[in-house]
Design a protein around this ligand. Structure first.
Ligand SMILES: NC(=O)c1ccc[n+]([C@@H]2O[C@H](COP(=O)([O-])OP(=O)(O)OC[C@H]3O[C@@H](n4cnc5c(N)ncnc54)[C@H](OP(=O)(O)O)[C@@H]3O)[C@@H](O)[C@H]2O)c1
Length: 257
């Protein structure tokens, strides 16, 4: 029987790289995101896929999408909640609406889809839920106030969920990438909600997206609870935990773009 792997944000970046990593006849890959054309382009490169356009901020669309998956495949073996939007704006300048939007996509989008998909994940012999957090889900970073808050919130929700699922077939993984070379900074929201539309230097220096996808696949297969992926910026997660004063000293000196 095919493994059913559902990836959100599958039309670009890390989601697309994960779809390519799982590309095989035995895996049917459900590709979700808002831009259907991008999803179709990814589908063309895959052996076995199903394009399911979805805006994760639309709760009724989530319910309908899960119904479609149930009718077509009857179960889900892996749900990769990868859809996300970053931020490039000061907390003092960003509008409340933009802040709420960041929470809606990054936190509620992931959580609502996971909750709706749970009955189908429980039908799998061995299932994984992946929540795409960030290094910014482990510490606050300038110009990322809501983004960082939304990713921190994922940790609380999914840790609680993982304990609630301890006697089931479902494994939960938190992924915390540092800087990965994708278009995330292009799509990041400014204070007024426009796209930032720039490749930031930090992003440009990020590790290749294929390397990131490889490490995520490895963490899923080893049923890890949490994985940190990136270059030297990942050290900041440990500094924040063990030497917080040094962590604060360094972040004050870093260019946040
Ligand atoms: N790149 C990094 O350095 C980095 C670091 C830490 C964490 N991450 C996380 O990794 C994930 C993927 O980001 P990326 O780097 O691959 O950037 P990306 O290429 O911009 O990918 C983001 C994806 O999310 C989808 N998306 C955005 N809003 C959506 C919505 N409302 N409903 C459904 N899909 C939506 C986008 O597709 P549509 O526009 O078609 O909807 C897009 O495919 C994000 O959660 C991000 O926070 C990335």
């Amino acid at each position: 029987m095919n493994r059913v792997i559902w990836i959100t944000g599958a039309g670009s970046g890390i989601g697309k790289a994960l779809a390519l990593k799982y590309n095989s006849k035995q895996n049917v890959i459900i590709l979700s995101g808002r831009k259907e054309e991008q999803l179709n382009a990814v589908a063309k490169t895959l052996k076995n896929s199903y394009v399911l356009p979805l805006d994760v901020t639309n709760e009724s669309a989530i319910i309908e999408a899960v119904k479609q998956v149930e009718a077509k495949f009857d179960k889900i073996d892996m749900l990769i909640n990868n859809a996300g939007v970053s931020q490039r704006s000061k907390a003092s300048e960003v509008s409340n609406d933009v802040g709420r939007k960041l929470m809606e996509v990054n936190f509620f989008g992931s959580v609502h889809l996971t909750k709706a998909a749970l009955p189908l994940l429980l039908k799998s012999e061995k299932a994984s839920i992946v929540a795409m957090s960030s290094a910014a889900g482990k510490f606050g970073f300038p110009l990322r106030s809501y983004y960082s808050a939304s990713k921190h919130a994922l940790h609380g929700f999914y840790e609680a969920l993982s304990f609630e699922l301890k006697d089931t077939n479902i494994h939960v993984l938190m992924v915390c990438p540092g800087r990965i070379k994708t278009e995330i900074s292009f799509n990041a929201l400014t204070a007024s909600g426009e796209a930032h539309n720039k490749m930031d230097q930090g992003q440009l220096n990020g590790i290749p997206v294929e390397k990131c996808a490889r490490q995520i696949v490895n963490a899923i297969s080893k049923e890890k609870a949490e994985v940190y992926i990136g270059g030297k910026e990942v050290i900041m997660i440990y500094l924040k935990r063990y030497i917080p004063s040094l962590f604060r000293y360094i972040v004050k000196k870093v260019n946040p773009k």
